[in-house]
Write a protein that binds this ligand. Sequence first.
Ligand SMILES: N[C@@H](CCC(=O)N[C@@H](CS)C(=O)NCC(=O)O)C(=O)O
Length: 258
Amino acid sequence: MINRDLEVNPIPLLIGDMASGNDGNKKLQLYSYFRSSCSFRVRIGLNLKGLEYEYKAVNLVKGEQHSPEFKKLNPIGYVPVLVDGDVILSDSFAILMYLEEKYPQHPLLPSDLHKKAINYQAANIVSSSIQPLQNLAVLKYIEEKLNSDEKLSWVENHIGNGFAALEKLLKDYAGKFATGDEVYLADLFLAPQIHAAIKRFNLDMTKYPLLLSEIIRLRSSFLSQYAAIKYHELGLELKSQCILCANIFAKYDWVVRS
Ligand SMILES: N[C@@H](CCC(=O)N[C@@H](CS)C(=O)NCC(=O)O)C(=O)O
């Protein structure tokens, strides 16, 4: 069951006001789209490590990922892309592992070997067995070749299979967060995926109580970062950032702190 008494300290929102963790004068650059769960993973990692970065918005709905300029950075046409001086990286897992080694502050992985492997496993269930099957390009293809009803049952089936596996995997490890009482890699992959399942696909999360409680615990920190990015991209004030969170959790009768 969901434990509604659990509280966590909000992770500070660091857009435009971050501690500099970069060497040299070059600021990290992140090419990102606010709704992209893969970008969201990296934004959380950067924020946890307190790294300053320049936000480069790529509007996936307008097709900016297919522009020749963007494809010079990532020929496959996906966000996120991280640019660190001469280093250009374009996969959220690779980016996070790079950041982890270069900026060891706030480790994204536990030192315990077994727990570390569970983090890799959970992250890869999301990044290999869920997200690619509900990516924009895949859903567009299904909608065009089949129809919208097929699209929805496709999404429910694939996200559902992944979530059911994650519920089983994490039940022996979860604490305040997915693999214990610290935020680790698994959380960085889980939170945006659960968020997408609720917000984008309206999935019934009551079937996955462990995952639902995970997102509830993380709501005030990760989701406010998501919302802030959205407002940031739209050039609006950040003070409205919790509206989005409130909309998401109203469904679960959960009052979100503003
Ligand atoms: N394995 C890659 C996947 C990247 C990916 O699928 N990005 C999505 C957004 S979450 C995208 O850019 N989609 C654009 C499209 O489908 O046209 C990662 O983890 O970064």
